[in-house]
Design a protein around this ligand. Structure first.
Ligand code: PEP
Ligand code: MN
Length: 258
């Protein structure tokens, strides 16, 4: 690792007005952009409770091809509008090299999903841009594989990378994934990159979000990502791991003192 391995030369990634490392990055929003009204409601809520970035998938990597696949370009436009309305930078997944240009036009941060962590052509393509990249850990990737994936991006000239631990596959079936808290100090030890924890995908269970967020922050995470929906039971994806508005307030109150 030549670029991201130098832990004495911390990379300071800026998103909107915040500098990661100094300020905690709190990315909140729906799993998928479903329509503009819901996004407005969510943005208003999370902004008032000090989230500093809005998430929402427009291109969704669903296990089943019959599940909701996202709104595509319309979703990107909604995200941009609502982000501007509330002065929140927006984070969204780019699934395919062919969409890098359009996502670059509408989003402030590229998200590389777990399933694409070793999509080397996609990594190189976002590496050629200047936008920050949220690099999710592949759910079966070792730290070394994950760091090399970051190096693929950095080598193209873009070292604005935020690592995101999002849970790994283990033998446990009660949870969807096992959030690997160890990854947080390890990435700080082995690299100069910030790392956040996705506390929704991390376990797949709403009831575990607050304790996992506390654990991540206590372990030194530079922030968290969390899914929020006005009516999680009606969400088109990942309702079981989304917080409703009062639960989001509770999360923010609980982690404030950390
Ligand atoms: C997401 O954040 O919406 C997502 C699909 O996450 P992951 O790639 O970690 O599964
Ligand atoms: Mn999701």
């Amino acid at each position: 690792l030549k670029i991201i391995g130098d832990k004495n030369n911390k990379i300071s990634v800026k998103i909107g007005n915040i500098t990661i490392g100094k300020d905690k990055l709190i990315i909140a929003g729906p799993c998928a952009v479903e329509n503009e009204e819901m996004l407005v409601k969510i943005a208003e809520k999370v902004k008032s409770w000090s989230a500093n970035a809005l998430r929402g998938g427009a291109y969704k990597p669903r296990t089943s091809p019959y599940s909701f696949q996202g709104l595509g370009i319309d979703g990107l436009k909604m995200l941009r509008n609502v982000g501007d309305m509330f002065n929140l930078p927006v984070v969204t997944e780019v699934l395919d090299v062919r969409d890098v240009e359009i996502v670059e036009r509408y989003a402030d941060v590229f998200q590389i999903g777990s399933r694409n962590m070793q999509n080397f052509s996609l990594l190189k393509e976002v590496g050629k841009t200047k936008k920050p990249v949220l690099l999710k850990r592949g759910f079966s990737a070792t730290y070394e594989e994950w760091l090399y994936a970051a190096e693929y991006i950095a080598i193209e000239g873009n070292a604005n990378i935020i690592m995101c631990e999002r849970g790994i596959r283990t033998f446990e079936t009660y949870t969807r994934n096992t959030l690997d808290i160890t990854a947080i100090p390890v990435i700080h030890e082995l690299s100069n990159l910030p790392i956040i924890a996705d506390v929704s995908h991390g376990t797949g269970k709403r009831s575990l979000i607050i304790p996992m967020a506390k654990a991540a922050i206590a372990a030194g995470a530079d922030g968290i990502m969390v899914e929020v929906h006005p009516e999680p039971n009606k969400a088109l994806s990942d309702g079981e791991q989304s917080l409703d508005f009062s639960q989001f307030e509770e999360l923010m109150r609980e982690i404030k003192s950390y």
